[in-house]
Design a protein around this ligand. Structure first.
Ligand code: NAD
Ligand code: UFG
Length: 368
């Protein structure tokens, strides 16, 4: 059996960001195919995706490191591109178990790229992270800022970026987008899919929403002596549906780049620079690297009060020590995404809180 319909492979597609991107892709008329080993997600997300979109995407429970199994997916479906979300992402865990993180995240990416190359599929969008910038000297953070991740998880992201840059340099047929996400929060407005961290949430929004729903007693605010407006940490929270649409924009950017013939691309580029008319410009020497954020930051206490307002719940909190490795402020310069991809985040902080709350209150214990 071979499905002739053109499909997009979504690794990690049953996870938090992947599942929202699958919904956005289906709504835009794409055919996503999911590969996930379910190490950090539940199969029930598929029922929810089907309820929202009316379509059930093909799903393969495969570890990405299993090249033979992955290859079967490429034999079965006519894949035109991959969006690579699959990976481990808990910072603290990566400090405790670095080998597992390097092995899983790097090997998965190598395996995916080997299979893609062998099957002639050379369009790839990679989930990178603002964590590659480490502690920035200034904010907002531009894509050309120095890269200095502060933990093994972040280093897997940087190493993968470097591997993909080398691949891009070696073979001009590859189209690669490295998307550096800031802090994804929120859920699909239906409340049917959302973030479901197993165990103790590491991140702020899931923690706040679990306090609101009564699963946790109070929020610990990690430090109140940062050089920020109210002393608590500032981050660029971005609605997960905006983030999902950022992937669509990156995919379309790459599709469009290919549909213009090489000559035509050069002609267009050279119009703005008559001097170079006789010297056709070569393709960019590095892949597309784009921040996906809103460009503005909110403090922990601003997040708490926005959530209280939307949910009507009181969120008890107490100041505790700083969390090791945390930085004061991190938010994106989002200009490049707008200029190149024509994408900007449009959902507000109220949307982020309302949609998180709808998901959490309808699914107090997460996915069944
Ligand atoms: P998630 O854990 O919900 O999703 C990742 C998925 O990958 C999970 O479903 C997991 O089961 C799967 N997976 C892990 N290793 C695999 C393997 N070897 N083979 C097959 N599947 C595997 O995480 P998320 O929040 O949706 O993040 C998606 C991607 O975005 C990750 O790469 C993450 O590092 C990156 N990212 C996330 C954030 C964030 O704050 N959520 C920020 C920046 C970047
Ligand atoms: N915070 C608290 N209490 C909590 C959890 C978090 O006060 O219980 C604070 C943190 O100190 C920080 C802010 O809330 O100031 C946001 O913390 P998160 O853990 O939600 O997010 P981080 O910015 O620390 O990191 C997240 C992901 C990383 C990713 C990064 C990208 O965890 O994997 O965003 O910017 F790389």
């Amino acid at each position: 059996f071979r499905c002739l319909m053109s499909s997009i492979l979504i690794t990690g597609g049953s996870g938090y960001i992947g599942s929202h991107t699958v919904v956005a892709l289906i709504s835009a008329g794409y055919n996503p195919v999911i590969v996930d080993n379910l190490s950090n997600s539940k199969i029930t997300v598929l029922d929810r995706i089907e309820t929202i979109t009316g379509k059930r995407p093909p799903f393969y429970q495969i570890d990405l490191r299993d090249r033979a199994a992955l290859d079967v997916v490429f034999q079965t479906h006519s894949i035109s591109a991959a969006i690579h979300f699959g990976g481990l992402k808990a910072v603290g865990e990566s400090v405790a178990e670095p080998l597992r993180y390097y092995e899983n995240n790097i090997e998965s990416t190598l395996s995916l790229c080997f299979v893609m190359a062998a099957r002639g599929v050379k369009r790839l969008v990679f989930s990178s992270s603002a964590t590659v910038y480490g502690d920035p000297h200034t904010v907002p953070i531009r894509e050309d800022f120095p890269l200095a991740p502060a933990n093994p998880y972040g280093r897997t992201k940087l190493m993968i970026e470097q591997i993909l840059q080398d691949l891009y340099a070696a073979d001009p047929a590859w189209q690669i987008a490295l998307l550096r996400y800031f802090n994804p929060v929120g859920a699909h407005p239906s409340g049917l899919i959302g973030e479901d961290p197993g165990g103790h949430p590491n991140n702020l929004m899931p923690y706040i929403s679990q306090v609101a729903v009564g699963r946790r007693e109070r929020l610990s605010v990690f430090g109140s002596d940062y050089p920020t407006t109210d002393g608590t940490g500032v981050r660029d929270y971005i609605h997960v549906m905006d983030l999902a649409e950022g992937h669509l924009a990156a995919l379309r950017y790459m599709e469009k780049a290919e549909s213009l013939s090489p000559q035509r691309q050069e002609y267009k580029l050279n119009l703005s620079s008559p001097d170079s008319l006789s010297f056709p410009r070569r393709r960019e020497s590095i892949p597309l690297i784009v921040n996906l954020g809103t460009g503005r930051g909110y403090s922990v206490l601003e997040m708490v009060s926005a959530f209280e307002k939307v949910s009507g719940k009181t969120i008890p909190w107490q100041i505790t020590d700083r969390r090791p490795g945390d930085i004061a402020a991190c938010y994106a310069d989002a200009i490049r995404a707008k200029d190149l991809l024509g994408w900007t985040a449009s959902r507000t902080l109220t949307d982020m809180c309302a949609d998180t709350w709808r998901w959490q209150s309808q699914n107090p214990a997460g996915y069944p």
